[in-house]
Design a protein around this ligand. Structure first.
Ligand code: GLY
Ligand code: MN
Ligand code: MN
Length: 430
């Protein structure tokens, strides 16, 4: 259940950062899929973060200074529209339910804006500036007063990158739903099924738990498909002897989970698959151990990379000196992505990765950060690689919270030990 006081608290916190300024945020527009069919509406994440107000065609104004307040501009009630498309809050119910101080019809925005922003700094997101059809952005007035414009993202990103208990509780549930969906997929996996059948089962598990959207298009990649990082066709038949890589997470109250598991279709790792899987698992566990307050954001990546490079040298898949492998980034043939990203309302959530100082370094981890730990190793067929490794793509991904005494793996319910996986794959009779 949404707690609207929580969202009001966030607006009040934002007000306190604005000084004598005003923040203006627009919600997303409805997106057309084809002709007159729309995608289900999903609020802009910044807009949701500060309001939970779920309607398109709405603008929020958060005012700082001595008399802080928040104002919503939204669609007016419209009986005919509501018969066709469902409930519209209208300004007064929007105020009442979402705890805004004032509410007006969207059509009032242009009239009221000059008074609201007079002499004040105006904080905007670049995405708001880019959105077309906003009256004030095209108005002569605004162009002439450009100096008042300030960037809003840095302030809100700084808030969003630290999750409070309210958010962590939701993210834990989101991760649990996704972990259980992965367990179900493991049990359901058998040779000769299609990747999309597994995807359907995962989505069904999300839906059954009221997580009505995946956080991103699910990747269900068997065999060589596992070596395509953003594979979403999900239309191949599972083959006995192949690995299956599933990267799937759900959205709960707009908070994403992001979990990857990799396992053999037939329930038994081949020796080459086991070599690579054990290496990635070792790297992933070691990287998780580096999730600790005050450590650098890229410490987990450095640890994972070190282990994977050493392992690939031992397996004779990487050749040459270590210096050369690092200098020329030869490891990128097999491990070409980063180990972590922030996670939250967006799967690749907002938040800085580097400091603003001249000598750019990675930011330090803080309590309340949630990041993924997802090293991988992907081996495409090539003359330089023994055949038994061809088409092995392994990624293991967990969602990790920085706590006051280390970390908490929110997605820990998804099994990843070889013994656990082999015991559960294909056990569902259907
Ligand atoms: N599923 C997207 C990612 O792992 O970054
Ligand atoms: Mn991820
Ligand atoms: Mn992922």
């Amino acid at each position: 259940m949404l707690d609207f006081k929580e969202f009001k608290n966030r607006r009040e916190k934002l007000s306190s950062f604005l000084g004598d300024g005003v923040a203006i945020l627009m919600n997303s527009k409805e997106a057309i899929r084809n002709r007159d069919c729309h995608y289900p509406f999903r609020s802009d994440s910044y807009f949701h973060y500060l309001s939970a107000f779920p309607e398109p065609d709405s603008i929020m104004v958060v005012i700082g200074g001595k008399k802080p307040k928040s104002v919503i501009f939204c669609q007016p009630k419209d009986e005919i529209k509501e018969i066709w498309n469902g409930y519209i809050h209208g300004p007064s119910k929007a105020c009442e339910d979402f705890l805004f101080d004032e509410g007006y019809a969207l059509s009032e925005f242009h009239n009221l804006l000059p008074k609201i922003i007079k002499g004040k700094k105006i904080f905007l997101l670049s995405s708001t500036e880019k959105k077309s059809g906003i009256p004030f952005l095209t108005s002569k007035w605004f162009r002439e007063n450009d100096k008042q414009r300030k960037d809003l993202s840095e302030i809100i990103d700084g808030m969003r990158v630290i999750k409070n208990n309210y958010e962590v509780n939701i993210m834990r549930k989101s991760a649990n739903i996704a972990a259980n969906a992965h367990i179900h997929a493991m049990k359901y996996t058998k040779a000769d099924k299609y990747e999309y059948e597994i995807e359907g089962e995962i989505l069904n598990q999300f839906f059954k738990n009221n997580a009505r959207n995946p956080a991103y298009s699910s990747i269900v990649a068997s065999g060589i498909n596992s070596c395509t990082l953003h594979y979403i066709e999900n239309n191949s038949k599972l083959k006995d002897g192949d690995l299956l890589l599933i990267d799937a997470g759900c959205e709960l109250e707009s908070y994403a989970s992001d979990i990857t598991r990799t396992y053999p279709v037939n329930g038994k790792f081949s020796s080459a698959q086991k070599e690579i899987y054990q290496l990635v698992l070792l790297a992933q566990k070691a990287a998780i151990e580096k999730v600790k307050e005050d450590n650098f954001f890229d410490d987990p990546h450095k640890e994972a990379l070190k282990i994977i490079v050493n392992g690939l040298i031992d397996l004779d898949l990487l050749k040459g000196s270590k210096d050369e492998i690092y200098e020329k980034e030869l490891y990128k043939k097999f491990f070409m992505h980063r180990t972590s990203h922030w996670l939250g309302l967006d799967v690749h959530d907002v938040g800085k990765y580097m400091t603003n100082t001249k000598k750019k370094t990675a930011v330090r981890l803080s309590k309340g950060n949630v990041l993924t730990i997802e090293p991988g190793c992907y081996i495409r067929p090539s003359n330089e690689v023994p055949k038994e490794f061809w088409g092995i793509g392994v990624r293991i991904e967990d969602d990790v919270l920085v706590t006051s005494n280390g970390y908490d793996v929110l997605s820990k319910n998804a099994p990843k030990e070889i013994g656990e996986l082999e015991a559960i794959i294909g056990t569902l009779n259907d």
